[in-house]
Design a protein around this ligand. Structure first.
Ligand SMILES: Cc1cc2nc3c(=O)[nH]c(=O)nc-3n(C[C@H](O)[C@H](O)[C@H](O)COP(=O)(O)OP(=O)(O)OC[C@H]3O[C@@H](n4cnc5c(N)ncnc54)[C@H](O)[C@@H]3O)c2cc1C
Length: 573
C-alpha cells in the first residue's frame, strides 16, 4: 500500500477516470470488466448524465451494412480530415466502431429501427454511405443513459459526482495522482492512482456562439499541458453550420441528413456554388465557410441578432419531422419561436468541436506512464483538421474502451508512485490563496466575456495573421489581468464562483495555444482557414503541431502524419 500523505485526506484507487461523459463511462466499464481486481473511480464535476455527451443528437457512425465497408468509412474520415488524420488510427477506429454499437444495443440502447427491426442509419455530412446509427435526434441522451446504467452494475466502480479535478501529480515520468475539490464541502483531496484516464471533453466555451454546454472548458487538457504533456493540433476548431440563432443550441446535421435545405435571403440553395455534388451534406468546414461567405457578401437574412442563414425543413412534412427530429422541432419552437413545420429555422456557424487535444497514441497512451486519455479532450488522431459528424461519439466509445483496458492492465502490473508533498502544497496555495484569496479588482465574468469576444472576432471560421497576432497579445494581457481577480463568494460549499474562476484559468491557456498554433500554421487545411494563406500546403504543413508548456507560453514542435493507404489528394465534394 502507498504511504499516506498527511496534509489532506487521500483517496486511493487503482484507476481514476476524470470525466463521466461518453468516453469516461465507456472507459470505466472496460476497466472494471477487464478484472474485478481493478478498483475504478470516476470523478465528474457534474452528474454523469449531465455531461455534454447527452446533447449529441444526430448519431454514431459505424459500418453495419452491405454496400458500406471499413475502407469506405476510413476514406471518408481521412478525406474529411483534409489528410491530417493518422491513417493507422482511423483504420483501427472504423474496424472497432460496429462492435461498440452492438454492445450498446445489448445493454439496452433504444436505437431507431428499420421496418425489419435492424438498427436504422441515416446519411450525414461527408459520409458517402448512410452509416449514422441514431435514436431519433437524442442519440447521446440514450447512449449516455445506457452507459450510466451499465457502469452502475459494477461493484468495482465508484462515482465521485460533483468533484472538480484541479491538477495532476506526476512522479518521475509516471502519473501518481491528482488533486480535486469536493464541491459539496469545498475540501481539497488527493487521489492516488496507478493509472489515470483524462476524459474531460472539449473546450468550445472559449467562444461566445457555441453549441456546447457551459461545462466545456477544457480543464483536463490544461491539466495535462501544465503537467508536461503536449497538446496536439490545437489550431483546428470545428464550426458547425447549424447553430440556432440566437442561443447557439445545435440543430443536428441529421436535419440535413433527413433532407433539409440551406437557403440564403434570395431563397437560393447556395451550396450548389460550393459543393455541387454533396450540397448540404458536404463536411462541416466547407458548409460553415459557405455560410460565412454568403453572410459576408450580403446574402444573409437580417434579424435582431445580426445576419443569418435559414435551414428549411418544411418540405419534409410534419409526420417525418415529428418522427425523426422531434427534439429539433421542440427547441426551435421554444428557443427561437419558429415551428420548422411552417417556417425555416434561423441558423449560422457555431463553435462545435475541438479536433486537437492531449497528445496520445493509438493505445491512448500519453508521454507520461500510466496516464491515458480518450474522448474529445484527446487527440489520437482520428479527425485530423476536420471531424465528420457522428464520428466523435463513436471515437469516445472505441477509444474509451481502449483507454479503460490499457489503464486497467497497467494498474495490474505497476505499483502506486510517491506523491510529492511540495506539489500538493503548491496546488493548495494556488487555489486557496492565489485564486480564492485574491483581493484584486478584476471580475471573472468580465475577463471571460472579453476572452470569448477576442476568440470570436479573431480566431473564427476565417483567420488572418495580423488578427491572430493581435488576439495573442490581447489574451496574454488577459492572463496578466487574471492574476488580479477577485472571487466574490468566499464560502466553501458549492462555490460555483470559484469553479468559474478555475475554468476561466484553464481556457486562458487553451486560447493562447489555439491562437499560437493557428498563427504558426501558414496554410489552410480543414477547419483552419487562413485568408492570407488560402491553399493547403502539403510540402510544409502535412504535420501535427505539438504545444508544450513553457514559462514564456506555448512552445511549438511538429511531428509527421501517418499516411498508410491514402496519399493526400485534392479534396472536392
Ligand atoms: C449539441 C451537440 C451535439 C452533438 N452531436 C453529436 C452527434 O450526433 N454525434 C457525434 O458523434 N458527436 C456529436 N457531438 C460531439 C460529441 O457529443 C462530443 O464530442 C462527445 O460527446 C464528447 O464526449 P466526452 O466524453 O469526451 O466529453 P463530455 O461528454 O463533454 O464529458 C466531459 C466530462 O468531464 C467532466 N469534467 C470536465 N472537467 C472536469 C474537472 N475539472 N473535474 C472533474 N470532471 C470534469 C464532466 O463533468 C463530464 O463528465 C455533439 C456535440 C454537441 C455539443
Amino acid at each position: 500500500m502507498p504511504k499516506p500523505v498527511k496534509l489532506m485526506e487521500t483517496l486511493i484507487h487503482d484507476v481514476v477516470i476524470i470525466g463521466a461523459g461518453m468516453a469516461g463511462l465507456r472507459a470505466a466499464i472496460a476497466a472494471a470488466n477487464l478484472s474485478n481486481k481493478v478498483d475504478v473511480a470516476v470523478i465528474s464535476k457534474v452528474y454523469p448524465v449531465r455531461s455534454h455527451s447527452v446533447c449529441a443528437q444526430g448519431g454514431s457512425a459505424a459500418m453495419l451494412r452491405e454496400g458500406d465497408s471499413n475502407d469506405l468509412h476510413a476514406w471518408d474520415t481521412i478525406k474529411g480530415s483534409d489528410f491530417l488524420a493518422d491513417q493507422d488510427v482511423v483504420e483501427y477506429f472504423v474496424k472497432q466502431a460496429p462492435q461498440e454499437i452492438i454492445a450498446l444495443d445489448h445493454w439496452g440502447c433504444p436505437w431507431s429501427r428499420t421496418k425489419d427491426g435492424k438498427i436504422n442509419q441515416r446519411p450525414f455530412g461527408g459520409h458517402s454511405f448512410p452509416r449514422a446509427c441514431f435514436a431519433a435526434d437524442m442519440t447521446g441522451f440514450y447512449e449516455m443513459h445506457t452507459l450510466d446504467g451499465k457502469a452502475k452494475t459494477y461493484d468495482n466502480i465508484k462515482f465521485f459526482d460533483e468533484w472538480f479535478a484541479t491538477s495532476l501529480i506526476i512522479d518521475d515520468g509516471f502519473v501518481a495522482g491528482l488533486t480535486a475539490l469536493e464541491l459539496k464541502t469545498g475540501r481539497m483531496m488527493i487521489f492516488r492512482a496507478k493509472a489515470i484516464i483524462m476524459a474531460t471533453g472539449g473546450y468550445a466555451r472559449i467562444y461566445e456562439f457555441t453549441t456546447f454546454s457551459h461545462t466545456a472548458t477544457g480543464d483536463g487538457m490544461t491539466m495535462a499541458y501544465r503537467a508536461g504533456v503536449p497538446l496536439k493540433d490545437m489550431e483546428f476548431i470545428q464550426f458547425h453550420p447549424t447553430g440556432m440563432v440566437p442561443s447557439g443550441i445545435l440543430i443536428t446535421g441529421g436535419a440535413r441528413g433527413e433532407g433539409g435545405y440551406l437557403i440564403n435571403a434570395k431563397g437560393e440553395r447556395f451550396m450548389k456554388h460550393y459543393a455541387p455534388e454533396k450540397m448540404e451534406l458536404a463536411p462541416r468546414d466547407i458548409v460553415s465557410r459557405a455560410e460565412t461567405t454568403e453572410i459576408e457578401e450580403g446574402r444573409g437574412f437580417n434579424g435582431p441578432y445580426g445576419p443569418y442563414i435559414a435551414l428549411d425543413l418544411r418540405h419534409l412534412g410534419e409526420e417525418k419531422i415529428n418522427e425523426r427530429l422531434p427534439l429539433i422541432r421542440d427547441v426551435a419552437i421554444k428557443l427561437s419561436g419558429v415551428d420548422p413545420v411552417r417556417e425555416p429555422i434561423p441558423i449560422k456557424p457555431a463553435a462545435h468541436y475541438s479536433m486537437g487535444g492531449i497528445h496520445a497514441n493509438i493505445k491512448t497512451e500519453t508521454p507520461i506512464s500510466g496516464f491515458y486519455t480518450a474522448g474529445e479532450c484527446a487527440c489520437l488522431n482520428v479527425h485530423g483538421a476536420n471531424r465528420l459528424g457522428t464520428n466523435s461519439t463513436s471515437d469516445c466509445l472505441v477509444f474509451g474502451t481502449v483507454a479503460g483496458e490499457e489503464a486497467a492492465k497497467f494498474s495490474l502490473s505497476h505499483d502506486y508512485r510517491d506523491v510529492s508533498i511540495g506539489n500538493v502544497l503548491s496546488e493548495e496555495k494556488r487555489i486557496f490563496d492565489e485564486i480564492l484569496g485574491s483581493e484584486g479588482d478584476e471580475k471573472v465574468p468580465v475577463i471571460r466575456d472579453e476572452l470569448r469576444r477576442i476568440m470570436s472576432e479573431k480566431a473564427w471560421v476565417f483567420r488572418k495573421g495580423n488578427g491572430l497576432e493581435s488576439a495573442l497579445k490581447a489574451v496574454q494581457e488577459l492572463k496578466k489581468r487574471y492574476k488580479n481577480i477577485r472571487v466574490e463568494d468566499k464560502d466553501s460549499q458549492f462555490n460555483t464562483d470559484l469553479v468559474g474562476a478555475l475554468q476561466l484559468d484553464f481556457t486562458l491557456d487553451l486560447s493562447e495555444i489555439t491562437i499560437s498554433a493557428a498563427l504558426a500554421r501558414t496554410e489552410s487545411r480543414g477547419a483552419h482557414t487562413r485568408l492570407d494563406y488560402p491553399k493547403r500546403d502539403d510540402e510544409n504543413w502535412l504535420k501535427h503541431s505539438l504545444a508544450y508548456w513553457s514559462k514564456e507560453g506555448p512552445e511549438l514542435r511538429y511531428i509527421p502524419v501517418t499516411i498508410a493507404k491514402w496519399p493526400p489528394s485534392a479534396r472536392t465534394y
